[in-house]
Design a protein around this ligand. Sequence first.
Ligand code: BGC
Length: 867
Amino acid sequence: MSQANGHDDRTLPPSSAEEPSGAFEPPETTPTPTLVPTPTPTPVYSPRAPDARTRELVDAALARLDLEARVRLLTGSGFWRTAAEPAIGLREMVLCDGPAGVRGERFDEREPSASLPCPTALAASWDEELVERLGGLLAIEARRKHVDVVLGPTVNLQRSPYAGRHFECYSEEPLLSGRIGAALVRGIQAGGVAATVKHFTANDSETERYSVDVRMCERTLREIHLAPFEEIVRAGGVWALMAAYNSVNGITMTESPLLETPLRNEWGFDGLVVSDWFATRSTEGAGRAELDLAMPGPGPDRPWGAALVAAVRADLVAEEAVERKVRRLLLLAARVGALPAIAPPPAPARPVPDPAALLRESAAAGMVLLRDTGTALPLAPDTLRRVAVLGPNADTPRIQGGGSATVVPPYAISPLAGLRAALGPDVAVTHAVGARIRHRLPAVTGADVHDPKSGEPGLWVRFIGPGGELLHEELRGGGRLLWLDDPIVARAVAIEAVGVLRVRADGPHRIGVAGVGLFRLLADGVPLVDDDLVTEDPLGGILTPPERWAVLELTAGREVELHLRHEFAAERPGTGFVLGVDPPPVHEDADLAHAVAVAADADVAVVVVGSTEESDSEGRDRSHLRLPGRQDELVRRVAAVNPNTVVVVNSGSPVLLPWRADVAAILVAWFPGQEFGAALADVLLGRSEPGGRLPMTWPEREDDPAVLSTTPIAGRLDYAEGIHIGYRGWARAGATPAYPFGHGLGWTTWEHVGIETAASGADFVATVTMRNTGPRAGRQLLQAYLSRAEGTVERPALWLAGYTWASAPAGAEVTVDLPIPARAFEHWSAEAGCRETEPGRYTLRVGASSADLPLTATLEVDPGPRP
Ligand code: BGC
């Protein structure tokens, strides 16, 4: 191994006497390189790797179970639970979502969960230490809610900004996704709770999500789509993995040979493979595959159970396959303390002294300052008289994306509340919505309805049994209700909800329900809905249930009694509905004009625009990349009357910013979790740096050449881009995005002074010197990319090889080491069936984003045996 390098491509002397002399001279002609197979590294992290004794005891427990007992363990006992086996002291294990907070089995206003910044925001922090601490918070939440297995992280790639679950994934870059995901896993599992890396694999979009067949070549699969999973298995030591709904190259993932090779055989994964919910599709195919647990359960239509026992008896599934599955399930149980007779319970999760402070710090750490002309930010309260806080998300923020990643938080601080508190009593904060963007029925809240008998805020809910008898009744906080695996609902045939609506405005109100099953809704005895609502999607009733509503003309001050009866089929794991009321539509032109007038009268206008749970959600892809409603018009008109317009983008995925050159600053806040407003104020007032750097490319237009479609053709989605995903594809197409991968500004400025490189075994280290040239202390992300002009193997135009942070006081110089691991040079060889390294010269470039790389070095990778 040798190196030639330098800001100006100088050649440095060899670092070791053993280096063959002359190895630094570039060859006259490029010889055909010898490809060097790379040794497979062994797993490095496993806080509770089962010792030989535990494995023996697990085997002994297994030996005591007959085939029926073993197979019974392989299907859930409920929506979120595995089955118990008292004969061996195995208790049920609870598996719950998810990546941005732990729901628990009951996730409603009675048992709220801490809401973390969405995964995209975590990746935008590029900060593994911070993410590991957040994993620790998830472990605490899981233990508090009696959850053994957290269903996250989601490490599918942000292949396209149209993807509905984009906000739930980390990045378009496999390296960043793997490193951030592994950090979260380490944090969760150090608290004695299993993490579940999902969705294995290529579940990168939602259109036809249960059936789409994703097609790609082996190299793309290995280098791009399997890479984050590999990192999280090897370096994160993850204990569970979820097999996705989709197929890859013709085989549905719950039956895929990839579960065996590379997952178990090459990467050494000894954890549990759980199906995505309802993704196990066959008795035999899934039985033979290395899938261990079919979720959810139980139910007459579940493919395992008695059918799997019969398949084993008929020699269609090997008994050893079942044995392997159960052994892995027992091993997981031993790890999380569900087999106390065999393994001691895990140590308690490490306490997080101030969870709210951690959530606030991490929300700020993910915020990306895309643009700053320096005229409006940071906000200085002592120089400001009036600040306008505008936009649909200012008072109604979107703190998280839609779908199974959604939790019910204890509170959510809005931008308006956060800025009001931070600016203090001497600054007048004015607010106007300006543009409305929600279309589905909003659930009634305790502020809208009260119990007719007691007058308490909320809805009175009654559970009715098969003979019409009252099983149970209770007061609930609002109109969004969901019961899964609830014993009362299991005995009930109907649920009734009653509440008195206090009307606040004159005009037509949309009043109705969303759900699956029979619904009868009366308003003061007048029928509004009487319908049997159905959906094909097994999770459709939870994700985007069908809606029915009627319009009632009402006057302010009136009280209307709403009575809803919902009947549902027996044999279902649960039910739920939304009882919603939409107030009279606003006059959009007047609303917009009002916001513009408020902006014109302020020193600074902060416009909080964004998306909603309707546009960024599991279950469907986005139909366009524009901000919903008239938000673009709102920003344009505000910017026209106020030069100090600061736009806060509250969205989980990239949106088009057609006005981006006309505003003073743009800050992307993502879906930042419950501490949104406090963290936003910290950043806008300059108390925290905007710590984020883009983990994906932001397109300028929908028809930019590297923006990929998520629409399958005849059931297939062809990953024709191959290894050129994300910024690699943009560079290859020679296209310029609105903002490149890795971009983000801080409150100070930096000069990239110089770079030196040295070999360190098979790895390299780049030593980078930076100078803080701005007015205050700061922190800057250094990104290192490789590229290779020569060689016989197709490579991306550039690819991320490493990153690190540098910090320095104002005016100071700092030198940091940036490791470039040997693995960064490797590619997957389909011919050889392994990773190989092509010897020769690679160009290393270091800087502040994929499009701003002022430092350059040449690295020479030798052929020959690697350590
Ligand atoms: C999602 C998973 C989730 C599961 C359980 C599925 O629809 O794809 O991510 O963990 O539901 O909620």
